[in-house]
Ligand binder design. Sequence first.
Ligand code: IPE
Ligand code: IPE
Ligand code: MG
Length: 247
Amino acid sequence: MAIFNNKKNGAEERLPENLPQHIGFIMDGNGRWAKKRGLPRTFGHTEGAKTFRKIVRYCKDIGIPYISFYAFSTENWKRPKDEVNAIMNLFREYIIDVRNYLSENTRMIFLGDISELDEDLQQKIRDLEYDTKDYKEMTLMMAVNYGGRAEIANATRQIAQKVKDGELEISDINENTVNDFLYTHEAPDVDLIIRPSGELRLSNFLIWQSAYAEYYFTDVLWPDFTPKELDKALIEFSKRGRRFGGV
Ligand code: IPE
Ligand code: IPE
Ligand code: MG
């Protein structure tokens, strides 16, 4: 598959020829970052949010067209209420903050079931998606209350409804049909998934979209993750032989 990108700002010299078109980040290790410093876990989330901002900016600088960030999973509701509230408040701040990117031609899409979030947060999310819908330079996807299995179950429900309503034949259901009902339907499959913090798993992130993704794991905790770390992942990615089942 041809890999499209629009490298710029010196990335042409510094980075390999074939950059991923879509990178997924599992922002993990915030709690351990705080614990190592004897701080409450929420401090780690605040630091992690700063890293998020830095990495978004860097991806834009080097011309990555699609980026997805795993911010809160369907399983993360199991955490103590205080921690969940602190994370939600960070979304409030950062969602407002992301408006600073509007002038920079970045589209924002949320992945996940936002109907379970507080009403004010839902409204902010809807406004942000609407206000940025025509921006084309980069698409930034935020996975909030996101789970890959829930996403596929949700797609299945919508497809079943179409069949029931007589708008779709069962025999016409194929992989593209499923893809069309995923939260990510406007983005290409993820090429590279980066997980910091030393965990070697997906934790229910983009499970359909990552069928042919490359993975990059590092022990660095998310609040310590830097553009330099991302460069390492990009160089590693460029060396992988992606065959997609071919020879
Ligand atoms: C990731 O960091 C942030 C969220 C899941 C919201 P963690 O909070 O999972 O950090 P660790 O894994 O406990 O260090
Ligand atoms: C994955 O991290 C979810 C996010 C980064 C939002 P977790 O910390 O929740 O994953 P597990 O529990 O270690 O698998
Ligand atoms: Mg974790």
